[in-house]
Design a protein around this ligand. Structure first.
Ligand code: PGA
Length: 241
């Protein structure tokens, strides 16, 4: 794992954006794995700014999101479909039919999980996956205890995750209890991974990721076994290293 240290969130977002843009320049039809949450929004802003200033094009890029809540419509402002349109897709030139997110409203959710997993494989797999990390070590919505060999699946969200994400909802009761997430094995199949870790609230998770043992109680620990991971960190996140 390569660690890129930055002094603050702004710089972290800028450095990560430069590397994403360089991958798109090398391969204009990149299969780009995307994440939601607060951490990647700065990166997305930088990608938008670059698209407007330098015309980096996403016309041939396909994107694959890690996860989606179950039971809320794509049009709901808390869905990850909505989040991605608002924070990225609407502001760049990517055709919307090349943006892929699991469907948390599918009638048959098990089938939807299999379809999504297969769909990524049929597209040749993910070239570069953007990841955040939960305070409990989750990646995607793979909560502690998720098997390392898991593929796209339905997950019961940890109470701590629901509480952390309730900041986006009117109340904790409104936060869905389940989600569809790429599995840990699906994530590990990505050819390259950028993990973004920002802020003091992630310091413990970062330290556990880098210095702790690899086990399923801390899902992100599996990244130690991936051959091409770059971790972008800001100063506050490194407090315990
Ligand atoms: P955050 O979420 O970027 O909003 O902190 C990260 C995660 O839970 O994976």
């Amino acid at each position: 794992m390569i660690l890129i240290s930055t002094s603050n969130y702004e710089e972290l977002s800028q450095k990560a954006a430069e590397e994403v843009i360089s991958r798109i320049n090398q391969n204009p039809s990149l299969n780009l794995g995307l994440a939601t949450g607060s951490t990647p929004t700065g990166l997305y802003q930088k990608l938008i700014r670059d698209h407007k200033q330098n015309q980096t094009s996403y016309k041939e890029v396909n994107t694959f999101n890690l996860d989606e809540y179950i039971g809320i419509s794509k049009k709901d402002r808390n869905s990850y479909h909505y989040f991605m349109c608002e924070h990225l897709f609407e502001h760049i030139d990517i055709p919307l039919d090349q943006t892929h997110i699991p469907d948390g409203t599918a009638k048959n959710l098990d089938e939807e999980c299999m379809r999504y997993e297969q769909f990524i494989v049929e597209h040749g797999g993910i070239d570069l996956q953007i990841l955040g990390i939960g305070q409990n070590g989750h990646i995607g919505f793979n909560e502690p205890g998720t098997p390392f060999d898991s593929r796209t699946h339905i997950i019961d969200l940890a109470e701590s995750t629901r509480k952390a994400n309730s900041r986006f909802f009117d109340s904790l009761e409104d936060v869905p209890k389940q989600a569809i997430t790429m599995g840990i094995a699906s994530i590990m199949d990505s050819k390259e991974i950028f993990l973004l870790v920002s802020g003091a609230s992630k310091a413990k998770a970062l330290s556990r990721l880098i210095n702790g043992e690899v086990n399923e109680q801390f899902p992100a620990s599996i990244l130690q076994k991936h051959e091409n991971v770059t971790i972008f960190v800001d100063k506050e996140a490194t407090a315990l290293l």
